[in-house]
Design a protein around this ligand. Structure first.
Ligand SMILES: Cc1cc2nc3c(=O)[nH]c(=O)nc-3n(C[C@H](O)[C@H](O)[C@H](O)COP(=O)(O)OP(=O)(O)OC[C@H]3O[C@@H](n4cnc5c(N)ncnc54)[C@H](O)[C@@H]3O)c2cc1C
Ligand code: FES
Length: 423
C-alpha cells in the first residue's frame, strides 16, 4: 500500500510539473528532492501520510451521512500565496486517481476534520478550470474585526487554512456542487465581473471558456484595491496575450499612476484607476447578446445588476454568486416574535429553548453541541438543510434554494412555533 501511495504521489507530481497552466515546477522539484533525501524520511512521510488519510477516511462516513454532496479525502499538493491576503490550495487525490469533472463556477466544501473537535465547514469556489489532475481553491484570510475574539459563526476556517495547512496535509472535501456555473452548451459572448476574491469562480469560467471556446468573445472586468490585493490578477492578464478574443480589464481603487504604467508595460489588457464603470460594461462589444456572470460583495453585485438592467440588459442574462458572510444580507424582516420556543433535535435527543431572535437554528444547535453541517451560513449553499419533522420555520432573507415541505435551512431559519428537527 505504501509503495502504491509513493508511486501515486510521484505520478501526481510529474503530472503537475508537466502542466503548463500554472507554474508548479518549483514546488514539485522541492518536494521531490525533500522526499528523496533519505529513505528513512521517505518512509516516515509515507507512514504519516497513510495514517492521516486513513484517519480522515474514517471521518468520511459521518460527514457523508445524509449529505447530498460526495465527500472525499484530498491531499494539499501545493500552497501558493496569491496576494497579501489570499492563498491558493491545490488539491489532489492522495492515491493519484483522476478527479471528477465539474462545471466552472462551482464550489467545494472544506472541512478540517480534527478528530473529536466541533467541525466548521465552508464553501470555496474552484478557481481553476476543470482538470482531472487537481482542483484549486483560493481563500481570502478573513480577519475578525478589531476587539472581537470569537467568530459569531464559530468559523475562522480561512485563518485556520492560512495558518495551518501546508503541502502534504489532507482535508475533507465535499462537492463539487452549486448552481452557479457556465453551462457547457453556452456559446454566447461572455461578460465576467469580479470584485476582490470574487475573482475565483470568474477565473475558472474564463480559463475554461478560453480552452473550450477560444473564438468566443469574453471580457473580464476585475475590481481590486491595489496590486497587493489582486489575487490571480497576473494570471488572468497573461491569458489575454494568447487569446485574441479575450479582454481583461482591471480597475484599481487605490493605485497611483506610476504603478498603473508599470502594469501596462508588463501585462496585456487594460488597467484603470477607480471603479468599474457601468457604461463600459453595458457597452462592451456584443453586450446585447452576452451572458453576464458576476461575483463580489453583495451590495456591489446588487448595484451592478440594477445598473445593467437599467442600461437594457435582460435580467435573465445576469447571473451572480454570493459568498454570504455575517451581515452581508441583512434581514428583510424582523425575526420571530416568540420569546421562547421549544426546539427538539430528535436524532441527538436534545431539547432546548430558543429565546434569542438573533439566533438561527444552526447557531442554537451549535450552542447545544448538536452538529449540523454547514457551508455558507447565509442561505446560499444548502449545506445546513435538515428534515423538519414538525413545526414551522421562517427565514430572515429570501432564499434561492429549493426546499421540499419537510425541509428547512437552519442557518437562516428561526422557529415560529415548537419544532422538531431530524438531526
Ligand atoms: C458559494 C460560496 C463560494 C465561496 N467561495 C469563496 C472563495 O472562493 N474564496 C474565499 O475566500 N471565500 C469564499 N467563500 C466564503 C467562505 O465560504 C467563508 O465564508 C469565508 O472564508 C469566511 O469564513 P471563516 O470561517 O474564515 O470566517 P467566519 O468566522 O465565518 O467569519 C466571516 C466574516 O464575519 C466576520 N465576523 C465573524 N464574527 C464576527 C463578529 N462576532 N462580529 C463581527 N463580524 C464578525 C469575520 O470578520 C469575517 O469577515 C464562498 C462562500 C460561498 C457561499
Ligand atoms: S449553510 Fe449554506 S445554506 Fe445554510
Amino acid at each position: 500500500m505504501f509503495a502504491t501511495l509513493a508511486l501515486s504521489v510521484a505520478a501526481i507530481t510529474l503530472l503537475l510539473v508537466s502542466g503548463t497552466q500554472f507554474a508548479m515546477t518549483g514546488f514539485s522539484v522541492a518536494r521531490a528532492s525533500k522526499r528523496a533525501r533519505t529513505s528513512r524520511s521517505r518512509e516516515m512521510y509515507q507512514l504519516r501520510q497513510a495514517a492521516q488519510v486513513a484517519r480522515l477516511k474514517s471521518e468520511l462516513h459521518s460527514v457523508a451521512n445524509g449529505s447530498e454532496m460526495q465527500w472525499r479525502v484530498m491531499e494539499v499538493a501545493q500552497v501558493i500565496q496569491e496576494s497579501d491576503d489570499c492563498r491558493s490550495f491545490y488539491l489532489v487525490d492522495p492515491y493519484g486517481q483522476a478527479l471528477p469533472d465539474f462545471r466552472p463556477g462551482q464550489y467545494l466544501m472544506v472541512r478540517p476534520a480534527i478528530a473529536g473537535a466541533f467541525q466548521t465547514t465552508r464553501c470555496y469556489s474552484l478557481s481553476a478550470a476543470p482538470d482531472p489532475r487537481y482542483w484549486r481553491i483560493t481563500v481570502k484570510r478573513q480577519e475578525l474585526p478589531a476587539g472581537v475574539t470569537e467568530s459569531k459563526r464559530g468559523g475562522g476556517l480561512s485563518i485556520w487554512l492560512h495558518d495551518t495547512i501546508r503541502s502534504g496535509d489532507c482535508l475533507l472535501i465535499g462537492g463539487p456542487g452549486g448552481a452557479f456555473y457556465l453551462p457547457a452548451e453556452n456559446r454566447k459572448p461572455l461578460v465576467l465581473l469580479a470584485a476582490g476574491v470574487g475573482i475565483t469562480p470568474m477565473a475558472s469560467m474564463l480559463r475554461w471558456s478560453l480552452e473550450k471556446t477560444p473564438g468566443r468573445p469574453v471580457t473580464l472586468f476585475y475590481q481590486a484595491k491595489d496590486t497587493t490585493r489582486w489575487p490571480l490578477g497576473e494570471n488572468v492578464h497573461r491569458w489575454q496575450a494568447s487569446f485574441p478574443h479575450c479582454q481583461v480589464r482591471t480597475f484599481f481603487s487605490r493605485l497611483d499612476s506610476a504603478d498603473l504604467q508599470l502594469l501596462k508595460d508588463e501585462y496585456s489588457g487594460d488597467f484603470s484607476s477607480g471603479r468599474i464603470d457601468l457604461d463600459s460594461v453595458a457597452n462592451v462589444d456584443h453586450a446585447s447578446d452576452s451572458d453576464f456572470y458576476m461575483c463580489g460583495p453583495d451590495a456591489w453585485m446588487e448595484s451592478m445588476r440594477e445598473g445593467l438592467v437599467a442600461a437594457g440588459i435582460q435580467p435573465d442574462r445576469i447571473h451572480w454568486e454570493s459568498f454570504g458572510g455575517v451581515g452581508s444580507q441583512p434581514s428583510s424582516k424582523p425575526a420571530g416574535e416568540h420569546s421562547a420556543v421549544a426546539v427538539r433535535f430528535a436524532h441527538s435527543d436534545v431539547e432546548v429553548e430558543w429565546t434569542d431572535p438573533e439566533q438561527s437554528l444552526w447557531e442554537l444547535a451549535r450552542a447545544s453541541q448538536v452538529e449540523i453541517p454547514s457551508g455558507c451560513l447565509s442561505g446560499v449553499c444548502g449545506g445546513c438543510r435538515v428534515k423538519l419533522l414538525s413545526g414551522q420555520v421562517e427565514y430572515d432573507r429570501k432564499i434561492s434554494i429549493e426546499l421540499s415541505e419537510d425541509e428547512c435551512l437552519t442557518c437562516v431559519g428561526r422557529p415560529t412555533c415548537a419544532v422538531t428537527l431530524d438531526v
